[in-house]
Ligand binder design. Sequence first.
Ligand code: PBG
Length: 324
Amino acid sequence: MEFPSYRPRRLRKTETMRKMARETELSTDDFILPLFVTYGKGVKKPIKSMPGHFQFSVDNIAGEAEEARSLGIPAVILFGIPERKDDIGSGAIDPNGPVQQAIKAIKDSAPELLVITDVCMCEYTSHGHCGIIVNNDVDNDSTLELLRNAALTHAEAGADMVAPSDMMDGRVAAIRSMLDENGFSRVPIMSYSAKYASAFYGPFREAAESTPQFGDRRSYQMDPSNAEEALREVMLDINEGADIVMVKPALPYLDVIRRIKDRTGYPVAAYSVSGEFSMIKAAAERGWLDGERAMMESLVSIKRAGADMILTYFAKEAAMVLQK
Ligand code: PBG
């Protein structure tokens, strides 16, 4: 079909027409809202580089979760800031740590809200790396022990799903067997399968107080140049028992999302990370772009690329737009 018999603009004439021809529909059901939970009482500390986001203490987190629920957001993912950090991140396996307590608080006040937990060591180690340090690098196999124990404390506290973000080899299998041996065979794993060593995590590291104190994460997170390797990472995680595979960040890696979706047919999550959020916020604050439209366009692009669910700091704002 060629011009002038075919005129693509015909289907763009009115909003009603555009709606009918629309291929991708964004829904609040797709969103997972990240929340930061800290120690202490009565805390709601703004995160400077992420306007509208806070570190909440356990007594304040349920209110935030209820608000998310009332907007129709189905799930939250929790990140913890412990009172004390040490070399081996022992705070991660404290059954009374902020995350473990927050799970209970949220399940009490909004039982139908899915509570997912991030499983990683970087918020808990004094050096800020995602595991135990041996010879100046993160030691894979000893870190697995900590991760599977951390995941177990989350499941015991009532988490609906655990999400390992550390990028150690073999962690999905290690966590799966730990959960299964302890009666949690029905708790799914959402694996951060293709997690890149990205500059876009900057604001998160302020939020979670997890900046590495030496070096960087390139010996465990992926090289941004690689996509074939992402497919191998995903296949490994699926073989080890991952239920959902994740790509992170989202916008710079839409091609990776699409390839994983096409190749595996598995549920794919995309983490639109802190830097993606802060960039749009900062530009909108300066009047350089329309923040609401940029937000919605980014989110629908991630969905169009093949993501079934999107972890996004825009979850509440986008839910409000979708309600209009
Ligand atoms: C922890 C973790 C990070 C993020 C999620 N889990 C940071 C990192 O790897 O440094 C980043 C999320 C974001 O930027 O929004 N391993």
